[in-house]
Write a protein that binds this ligand. Structure first.
Ligand code: HEC
Ligand code: HEC
Length: 297
């Protein structure tokens, strides 16, 4: 009996070790790949961007400072023994900051291809969304970041914990560079207007589809297991009954029409800084997507 028990125990331990090895190997392959961007794909000229326009785009629409810190000087973004330690680095031209050393090609590699200057894939950084920025919006954002007061701060590279490895292995945490497929050239400008098309562009850059799902039906799509699930934003969810005024008030105050408050994992303090026309474009876009049951993609 004891012998049988021991055998079963050894088999179980071996199985656990094997599973851990598979997770390690799968995540290691993703985390240590090198992203090579052909030289001819790096074509951007960032001189002449509009700093004021870039400030609005970086803050309210692309939400760069939500992760990189209110002064863009970098901050500890996730610090969790199981998930790992991830810093969003210093972007300013101070010592340790991206703008101190980045060439135009380095900015393009990071924002459009999800890679650090040495080809390491950037984790968590939502480059798959920024890949679609128009040339003009991209140049304006970088002009703004280059204009910021320099901050001295050097952050270490990410350390991926065991649960983080598992989430990278199964694709719950994503390596942005793997998802960027450039099949059409980026537009030089995207005209701002109160339209479904512009709303879709803003939603994409603003990461709405990352957290609320490709078809916006919500669910637990992004982030740590402890973060709240994102709501259904199609007409199949609560939002289907909201007026534009209720939508705007919710995003500007963090309070829903029923009085409940929105978790700050939902970046409403940034999204709420979009102007009325931008929010109206997003609202039109959300009303235009096919209604879906919650949590179905
Ligand atoms: C959801 C959080 C998040 C948002 C939003 C975000 N970033 Fe990042 N970004 C990160 C993290 C985390 C890293 C570090 C990734 C790594 O080292 O693997 C990073 C890395 C970078 C890097 C590479 C820096 C270096 O030194 O290698 C640049 C450049 C950058 N981000 C610029 C931006 C800009 C510009 C925006 C807005 C258009 C932005 N980021 C929005 C989280 C974010
Ligand atoms: C980092 C993930 C994340 C991003 C990016 C994000 N959301 Fe959310 N959103 C959430 C989560 C999580 C909730 C639920 C918060 C709660 O329950 O307190 C939420 C809730 C909402 C709600 C309230 C819906 C309801 O029925 O109560 C609205 C409206 C909303 N988001 C709109 C947007 C829009 C528009 C964008 C893009 C501009 C966006 N969100 C981007 C995670 C996100």
């Amino acid at each position: 009996m004891l012998k049988w028990f021991l055998r079963a125990l050894i088999a179980l331990v071996l199985l656990v070790i094997l599973a851990a090895a598979v997770v390690y190997a799968m995540s290691q392959r993703r985390l240590t790949q090198r992203v090579t961007v052909p030289q001819e794909a790096l074509s951007v000229h960032l001189a002449g961007g509009d700093v004021r326009r870039g400030a609005h785009f970086a803050t309210a629409i692309a939400e760069c400072m939500n992760c990189h810190g209110s002064n863009a000087g970098g901050r500890l973004f996730v610090n969790d023994g199981a998930l790992g330690t991830y810093y969003a680095p210093n972007l300013t031209r101070g010592p340790g900051g991206a703008a101190a050393t980045f060439t135009d090609a380095d900015w393009e590699r990071a924002l459009r291809f999800g890679a650090a200057p040495d080809g390491r894939p950037l984790l968590i950084m939502p480059s798959r969304d920024f890949a679609e920025l128009s040339e003009r919006d991209f140049a304006d954002i970088v002009a703004y970041i280059r204009s910021l007061p320099p901050v001295t701060n050097t952050t270490p590279p990410p350390h991926v914990g065991p649960v983080g490895r598992f989430l990278f292995a199964i694709g719950q945490l994503r390596v942005g560079a793997e998802e960027i497929h450039r099949d059409a050239p980026v537009p030089s400008t995207v005209q701002a207007s109160v339209s479904v098309a512009y709303g879709r562009y803003l939603a994409r850059i603003g990461g709405c589809m990352d957290c609320h799902g490709a078809h916006l039906s919500g669910g637990h799509l992004e982030g740590a297991p402890s973060d709240p699930p994102a709501q259904n934003l199609t007409r199949g969810g609560d939002l289907g009954h909201w007026s534009f005024e209720q939508f705007t008030r919710t995003l500007r105050t963090g309070r829903r029409p029923d009085g409940s408050s929105l978790a700050s994992f939902m970046p409403w303090p940034q999204v709420g800084q979009m102007n009325d026309d931008e929010l109206r474009a997003i609202f039109l876009f959300l009303k235009s997507v096919p209604p879906r049951q919650s949590g179905t993609g």
